[in-house]
Design a binder for this molecule. Structure first.
Ligand SMILES: NC(=O)c1ccc[n+]([C@@H]2O[C@H](COP(=O)([O-])OP(=O)(O)OC[C@H]3O[C@@H](n4cnc5c(N)ncnc54)[C@H](O)[C@@H]3O)[C@@H](O)[C@H]2O)c1
Length: 285
């Protein structure tokens, strides 16, 4: 008995890196997998079917069920076609892990419109396109489901040289939080991941080349299996840092702050400065 027996899961960008591990791990627990991958390079150029095909072969060789899909996540047609691959092969879909991604890193001053557009398109619009198709299928089926969206600490905390990527990843988190609220009445659970792993996206980060084992992408996927399974049936809308064996919830928090009732609620800048110094506005460090 597997935790995901009878489930059909789509994983986008599953031809390598973290997505491949999600596909293998969910297959091991009994899910049939749609292995989507455009098969391009890490900056989003090029395409090809060999990456997705390779993972499908791995899954089948281990006795699992999988079908390949080579669509670009970042068009509405691509999103619908990825869903259709699941319906054609397995007659239904129970969820998706939106994982496909690329990088075009540069300091903000040197970020061109092209670098901005393609990164926002693949990550944020891609998450919209696939999620929209899958969400509406789940809503129609009325049997619940799960949507797991891949954000990043770069979007949630910030990172030098990743303004385009961080904006897209923060947008994914915002979409996911709204969708968790909307999906509640249909039993559709939505989660946000901020993974860290040694993949082709990170292998040239300073110091990261030594962390291939400690930051193995396979260490991200057990959380995804848990979230996709009934073990997490009571959870939705949560964000998780995950990588290197660590799993930790991340949260946007609002301090108690200060509220003025007199003078129509209008603070003077000097009053704000005083209350700021008194530590009444900021969260504790
Ligand atoms: N590796 C990390 O430490 C890290 C950190 C934070 C977030 N992430 C995110 O995790 C996800 C997986 O990244 P990874 O590190 O495994 O990188 P990766 O490059 O190994 O995997 C990304 C996959 O997405 C595919 N892809 C790219 N554009 C696509 C498109 N338009 N349509 C379909 N497939 C497409 C690529 O072919 C590739 O196989 C990404 O969303 C990434 O931003 C990774």
């Amino acid at each position: 008995m597997g935790l995901l027996d009878g489930k059909v899961m789509i994983v986008t960008g599953a031809g390598g890196g973290i997505g491949r591990e999600h596909a293998l791990a969910m297959s091991k627990e009994g899910a049939a997998i749609v292995v989507n991958d455009l098969g391009g390079s890490r900056d989003g150029s090029g395409s090809g079917g060999t990456m997705a095909d390779g993972v499908v072969e791995e899954i089948r060789a281990a006795g699992g069920e999988a079908v390949a899909n080579y669509d670009d996540v970042s068009s509405v047609e691509g999103g619908l076609s990825i869903l259709q691959s699941g319906l054609d092969a397995f007659e239904k879909v129970d969820g998706v892990v939106n994982n496909a991604g690329i990088l075009r890193d540069k300091s903000f001053a040197n970020t061109t419109e092209e670098m901005w557009d393609i990164v926002v398109k693949v990550h944020l619009k891609g998450t919209y396109c696939v999620t929209h198709a899958v969400y509406n299928h789940l809503k129609q089926r009325n049997a619940g489901g799960v949507i797991i969206n891949t954000s990043s600490t770069s979007g949630l905390d910030g990172n030098f040289g990743q303004g385009n990527y961080g904006a897209a990843k923060a947008g994914i988190a915002g979409l996911s939080r709204c969708l968790a609220i909307e999906g509640k009445k249909y039993g559709i659970r939505v989660f946000i991941l901020a993974p860290v792993a040694h993949t082709r996206l990170t292998e040239d980060l300073p110091g990261f080349e030594k962390l291939a084992t400690a930051m193995n992408p396979a260490l991200v996927s057990p959380l995804v299996v848990y979230l996709a399974s009934d073990l997490a049936a009571d959870h939705s809308g949560k964000t998780f840092f995950v990588g290197g064996g660590r799993i930790a919830e991340m949260k946007v928090v609002t301090a108690k702050g200060i509220t003025k009732v007199e003078d129509g609620g209008v603070w003077t800048p000097e009053e704000i400065a005083g209350r700021m110094s008194a530590g009444e506005i900021l969260l504790p460090e």
